[in-house]
Design a binder for this molecule. Structure first.
Ligand code: ATR
Length: 279
């Protein structure tokens, strides 16, 4: 089989997706390629999308800032992507485009891969830090999988309130960041979903994690730097950590699966990507 995939976004010249998907293509024993469609924010999005239609791709990913912009150009929208309000994967079949969101599922797959017991116990107490697009995808997916003790902490409580109302989360407590800091060790899983700690302001941590122990799993979706200051502090305190680069791999694995029906094993790619990001 020969496949043609792509990525729509801006800026994407340093994207890791071509490396990941070209590896998947080889691993699955296919031929094909993964092209970059960088759409500058000054260009006409509609015109560039027409060009992509003409290229007859089998599927493409969508990244910032177009995860919502793409929606009116689709023929169909998966229920989960509709609920999250963002699309990161488009399947093209017979000229028909269907939008999906694999971010939340990719995230949960990567977390369960690292800590399998999480997959068997949805009673865990979870704290999500942040209330933006990434938090929304993860929150929705965890809720769907049956996790029912999820609290939200955010700098501004207003956006956390909106998220709580959007998904009718009656059991969810909302916390300010300083409130969260005081009770952080009461959560089994703490998930950092904001951009705080990302290069270049990488020394910043959103909340102090010094009280944590090995009873706490601390996850950060930021993957540049590959070990954020937040994760370093958590690890030094004794907590178990989960790095953001694996979410990147597993959301891609799920996208590839939607395009080809093949679930490629990640195995050594996790370490390879870790080393690339570290270097
Ligand atoms: P994304 O879609 O990538 O999640 P976003 O929608 O811009 O990004 O959301 C950013 C999240 O990061 C929000 O939760 C935001 O908090 P507010 O709702 O209070 O704005 C959080 N965030 C961004 N910068 C932050 C900072 N310096 N300190 C604390 N929280 C921050």
């Amino acid at each position: 089989m020969e496949y043609r995939f792509g990525l729509v976004g801006y800026p994407i010249e340093h994207s890791l997706s071509p490396w990941i998907h070209n590896k998947f293509i080889l691993k699955a024993g296919f031929k094909g390629n993964y092209a970059l469609y960088e759409i500058n924010t000054t260009e006409s999005f509609a015109d560039r999308i027409k060009e992509i239609k003409n290229d007859m791709l089998d599927g493409f990913n969508v990244t910032v800032p177009y995860k919502q912009t793409i929606i009116p150009y689709l023929d169909d929208l998966d229920e989960k992507a509709a609920a999250i309000g963002a699309v990161n994967t488009v399947v093209c079949k017979g000229g028909k485009w269907t939008g999906y969101n694999t971010d939340g599922d990719g995230y949960l797959r990567s977390l369960i891969q690292a800590y399998p017991s999480i997959g068997q116990d949805t009673n865990k107490n979870v704290l999500i830090i942040g209330a933006g697009g990434a938090a929304r995808g993860i929150l929705y997916t965890l809720g769907q999988k049956g996790f029912n003790h999820i609290d939200l902490a955010n700098r501004t409580l207003d956006s956390a309130h909106k998220l709580k109302d959007l998904f009718n989360l009656d059991n969810t407590n909302l916390l300010t960041l300083s409130e969260a800091e005081n009770v952080l060790d009461s959560y089994d899983i703490i998930i950092q979903t904001t951009s705080v700690g990302m290069k270049p302001a990488q020394e910043k941590t959103i909340v102090n994690v010094n009280k944590l122990t090995k009873e706490n799993i601390v996850s950060d979706i930021v993957y540049q730097p590959v070990t954020t200051a937040f994760l370093k502090d958590a690890e030094n305190a004794g907590a178990r950590i989960h790095r953001g680069h694996s979410m990147l791999l597993y959301q891609a694995q799920y996208a590839f699966e939607l395009w080809t029906n093949i679930r490629v094993e990640i195995n050594e790619m996790d370490q390879e990507l870790f080393r690339q990001l570290e270097g």
